[in-house]
Design a protein around this ligand. Structure first.
Ligand code: C2E
Ligand code: MG
Ligand code: MG
Length: 335
């Protein structure tokens, strides 16, 4: 087929390039009686075929229209969101499994549009990647996090590491290490107070390129955390070869411990691996006490999840820190 023919690798110099194809189709007269309508509907079908994972062919269905109108509305608004200052960050505490003290926080992006309301990052991040907006958004996030680190440190509110998520695309577009360095300089932040959360998909493209960026980040003192661990492309050999500090066990595994045997064994294996490679281990999506107990048993260092706290606004996070201040600091403040 056309898709298969286009999938043949093309050699440019010494690099092989693989093209993926998404095709949409519309048929006269059911899907449109004139060329313009037919093309519009074929276009909608093409977007649908991109959405379901590319390398596919989709015929137009009227139901796609509603979805695509919604999508187009989000698209055009997303393009304006940075400029209109519609993004903000929420912070979710990371808690020490044993002492229950705050050991860090993750910054999570929130988008509020005046007409569409709150839109989840799970929906708009993939769209931002597709529209080529993600690098600018990531840079905005990194700067906002550095600014917040500086403010909280100056006010004596929080002096632990804060992590920012970056898209895998940032490893091939833009210059992540440079952007981070700039932000640290502008806000006068010690690199050790910043962590970058990456996903395994950065290794799909080029391990060597990813390695260079990660090394440059380490040189700035920044910590590196592997997010959603176990859900992606897992060539485990990279764990030993790359300067990664922390593994974050994906919430989908945590959700099923300790009841599902196979799943629990996977979590145990991830924990054992983290320990033997001397990596920090953080569990995401911990909602229940029995999950926490299971993870404590495995010496999982830190816990993130609704069990301790949802992601919080800046004000809420400050109150949370206030409430979780270790006793000795509370004493020195009152004396
Ligand atoms: P992630 O980095 O794995 O973040 C964890 C997600 O789990 C967050 O969803 C968080 O709100 C949610 N979560 C935390 N604890 C619990 C829990 O106990 N139960 C359940 N059910 N969920 C929990 P959120 O904020 O909707 O973000 C979704 C994803 O969007 C993130 O997954 C991350 O991949 C991406 N994202 C978020 N902020 C940014 C950003 O600033 N830049 C980039 N590039 N991606 C971001
Ligand atoms: Mg994350
Ligand atoms: Mg995650």
């Amino acid at each position: 087929s056309l898709i298969e023919a286009l999938r043949e690798p093309i050699k440019i110099g010494t690099t092989e390039i693989v093209i993926t194809t998404s095709i949409g189709g519309a048929i006269y007269p059911d899907d449109g009686e004139d060329a313009e309508t037919l093309l519009k509907h074929a276009d909608i079908a093409m977007y649908r075929s991109k959405e379901i994972g590319r390398n596919s062919f989709q015929l137009y269905k009227p139901a796609m229209n509603a979805r695509s109108l919604e999508r187009m509305a989000i698209e055009s608004k997303l393009k304006q969101a940075l400029k209109n200052n519609e993004f903000s960050l929420y912070y979710q505490p990371k808690i020490d499994s044993f002492t229950h003290q705050i050991v860090g926080a993750e910054a999570l992006l929130r988008w509020h549009d005046s007409e569409l309301g709150f839109i989840s990052p799970a929906n708009f991040i993939p769209l931002a990647e597709e529209l080529g907006l993600i690098v600018d958004i990531d840079i905005w996030v990194i700067n906002a996090v550095c600014k917040q680190i500086q403010q909280w440190q100056n006010k004596g509110i929080f002096d632990k590491r804060i992590s920012a998520n970056v898209s895998a695309l940032h490893f091939t577009q833009g210059n992540l290490a440079q952007s981070v360095e700039n932000a640290l300089n502008i806000w006068q932040v010690d690199g050790r107070l910043l962590e970058i959360e990456i996903t395994e998909s950065i290794f799909i493209r080029s391990l060597e390129d990813a390695k260079k960026v990660l090394k440059a980040l380490k040189q700035l003192g920044v910590s590196l955390s592997l997010d959603d661990f176990g859900t992606g492309y897992s060539a485990l050999s990279y764990l030993a070869r790359l300067p990664i500090d922390t593994l974050k066990i994906d919430a989908s595994f945590v959700a099923k411990v300790p009841d599902e045997y196979g799943n629990s064994q996977i979590v145990k294996a991830i924990a054992a691996m983290a320990h033997s490679l001397e990596l920090n281990l953080v569990a995401e999506g911990v909602e229940q006490a029995h999950q926490l107990a299971f993870l404590q048993e495995l010496d999982c260092h830190a816990i993130q999840g609704y069990f301790f706290s949802k992601p919080l606004s800046v004000e809420q996070f400050e109150l949370f820190c206030e409430a979780h201040r270790p006793a000795k600091i509370a004493l020195s403040v009152s004396s």
